[in-house]
Write a protein that binds this ligand. Structure first.
Ligand SMILES: [Ca+2]
Ligand SMILES: [Ca+2]
Length: 232
C-alpha cells in the first residue's frame, strides 16, 4: 500500500491508486482515511490517533500520542483497507449487558472503577451502603494495588486499602466525622502529579470551590491546592 505524508493535516494529500490516504498530522500519524473525494473533500475515517495539535495534553508536548483502543470489528476494517478489500457485512452491534436484574441495579447508589483484579483493566465497583455519600478509587498506599475511598454521610473519610473482588481492604481513617466534609459534592481521583500515581484527590465543594489534594495517602490528605476559587 502506497502511503503519503504531509506536514500539514489541513492541506491533505491525494489518495494513492487504491483510494487510501494517510495524513501526517504534524508529528502525529493519523488519521487513517479512505475513499477520499477530491471534488467534495469528503472521506471515511477508518482509524485515528491524537496528540500534538490534535488532542495532546495542555502542555502540547509533541512526544505524547493518544490512540483509542478498537475491537475486532475495527481491526477487520483495517485489514480490509490494507488488503484493498471491500468490507463485508457485519451483524448488528450488540451492547454488553451487566450481570444482575434491573431490580437489583435500582439499589446501586454509587459507582467507581479501578483495577481491583490486577489485570490492568478497570473493574466496576457498585455500592449500596446507605450512609456512603461519595465514592472513588485510587492507589493511595503505594503498592500498585487499587484502594477504595468512601466519604460517609457524617463527613468521615476512609480508605479501604487493598480492596479486591473478594473483599474490602483494610480500613484506614483519613478524617473523623466532621461538618466541613459533609459539604463536598463531588469526589474523584486522578494521576496529576509527577509521582505517576492515581492518588490526587479532587473535591468539588457545595459552593463551587474545587480543590485538589495531591499525593494523598491512605490515612492523610495530600497537599491542598485550589483549582477553582469559590464565587466572591
Ligand atoms: Ca494500594
Ligand atoms: Ca499523584
Amino acid at each position: 500500500m502506497a502511503l503519503r505524508e504531509t506536514d500539514d493535516a489541513a492541506a491533505g494529500v491525494p489518495p494513492d491508486a487504491h483510494g487510501v490516504q494517510r495524513i501526517l498530522c504534524r508529528r502525529v500519524r493519523g488519521p487513517w482515511i479512505t475513499d477520499y473525494n477530491k471534488e467534495t473533500g469528503t472521506r471515511k475515517v477508518i482509524g485515528n490517533t491524537g496528540g500534538y495539535n490534535g488532542g495532546g495534553n495542555d502542555a502540547n508536548v509533541h512526544w505524547i500520542t493518544y490512540a483509542p483502543v478498537y475491537g475486532k470489528d475495527a481491526q477487520d476494517l483495517f485489514d480490509d483497507a490494507k488488503a484493498h478489500r471491500q468490507p463485508g457485512e457485519k451483524p448488528p452491534y450488540v451492547s454488553a449487558v451487566l450481570p444482575g436484574a434491573a431490580d437489583t441495579w435500582k439499589h446501586a447508589k454509587l459507582m467507581a472503577s479501578g483495577n481491583f483484579v490486577g489485570t490492568g483493566h478497570s473493574d466496576l465497583l457498585v455500592v449500596c451502603w446507605t450512609h456512603a455519600t461519595l465514592l472513588t478509587s485510587g492507589e493511595f498506599s503505594g503498592n500498585s494495588k487499587w484502594d477504595l475511598m468512601v466519604r460517609w454521610s457524617d463527613g468521615e473519610l476512609d480508605t479501604y486499602v487493598g480492596t479486591t473482588t473478594k473483599a474490602l481492604g483494610t480500613e484506614a481513617r483519613i478524617l473523623n466525622a466532621n461538618d466541613l466534609w459533609t459539604h463536598d459534592t463531588v469526589m474523584t481521583t486522578g494521576n496529576y502529579t509527577a509521582n505517576g500515581r492515581t492518588d490526587d484527590l479532587v473535591i468539588r465543594w457545595s459552593d463551587g470551590e474545587t480543590t485538589m489534594y495531591t499525593d494523598t495517602k491512605t490515612n492523610r490528605l495530600g497537599t491542598e491546592r485550589m483549582l477553582v476559587a469559590p464565587p466572591t
